[in-house]
Design a protein around this ligand. Structure first.
Ligand code: ADP
Ligand code: MG
Length: 242
């Protein structure tokens, strides 16, 4: 479903991604971790064509992200993206946030968009808040709205970039719970996170990045149960966060 083939990217002379290859099958959950500055955000943004890359290829459900003929708005509409900062439209109600792209991009009627919005708000436990503005919600609630908004587009895969790292600790689990449910329902997910509890629960694989390169790509069991076999850089990182 998501395939990176030998992807490299430079900012000027600085190489931010170094020959990255990853293959994520439909229904798989892949957690990406690694030190700050190792290229995780850049990697995940290239999958959505939010960042260009200079070498290699990325295929989303067989469609080449870098190819000139690829319709990028159409491709982006099919991949849900949730960032660290919630990035809801502050001047629109929660429900309008959910409806807007369904109508503008997918061409749904106002009624259809509203129905879909309602069912997703129910699913993330926020039905009571549909008429509020984002600023009236807690961080955890806003992030759940952001996830619902992404799901309203019926994405074929979801990308998450540290979705809980800007939240107060007591709000982390309400967001992770929604993500765990999504994973269990079979959504294809690429998740940058240091929440290793989440990784243990639902990850099929864990990828460890350092200095733009993929240093480890292994099963959850290999990563957590046999840490002695990991690279020194991965061991050091794990020792700091676990
Ligand atoms: P991570 O998400 O793992 O913390 P990033 O992908 O954000 O890492 O950044 C990787 C590296 O690329 C960092 O060294 C960062 O300073 C650099 N970088 C990120 N964005 C830019 C940019 N627009 N121009 C130049 N360097 C950048
Ligand atoms: Mg980042």
């Amino acid at each position: 479903m998501i395939e990176f083939k030998n992807v490299s990217k430079w900012y000027g002379s600085f190489q931010v991604l170094n020959d990255c290859s990853i293959s994520i099958n439909a229904g798989q959950v892949v957690v990406v971790c690694g030190p700050s500055g190792s290229g995780k955000s850049t990697l995940i943004k290239t999958a959505n064509a939010l960042e260009p890359f200079q070498k290699g290829e990325i295929l989303i459900d067989g469609v080449s992200v870098g190819a000139r003929k690829t319709n990028l708005p159409q491709l982006r509409a099919r991949i849900g993206m949730v960032f660290q900062h919630f990035e809801l439209f502050p001047h629109l109600s929660v429900m309008r946030n959910l409806e807007l792209a369904q109508v503008k991009v997918l061409g749904r009627t106002a009624d259809e968009a509203n129905q879909r919005g309602r069912s997703l708000l129910e699913r993330v436990g926020l039905s009571a808040h549909m008429d509020k503005f984002p600023g009236q919600l807690s961080g955890g609630q806003q992030q759940r709205v952001a996830i619902a908004r992404a799901l309203a587009m019926d994405p074929i895969a979801m990308l998450f970039d540290e979705p809980t790292s800007a939240l107060d600790p007591e709000m982390v689990n309400e967001v992770l719970d929604v993500m765990v449910d999504l994973a269990k329902e079979g959504m294809t997910m690429m998740v940058v996170t240091h929440e290793m509890g989440f990784a243990r629960k639902v990850a099929d694989r864990v990828i460890f990045m350092d200095e733009g390169a993929i240093v480890e790509d292994c099963s959850k069991d290999e990563f957590f149960e046999r840490p002695e076999e990991l690279s020194d850089r991965a061991k050091l990182f794990l020792s700091k966060i676990l």
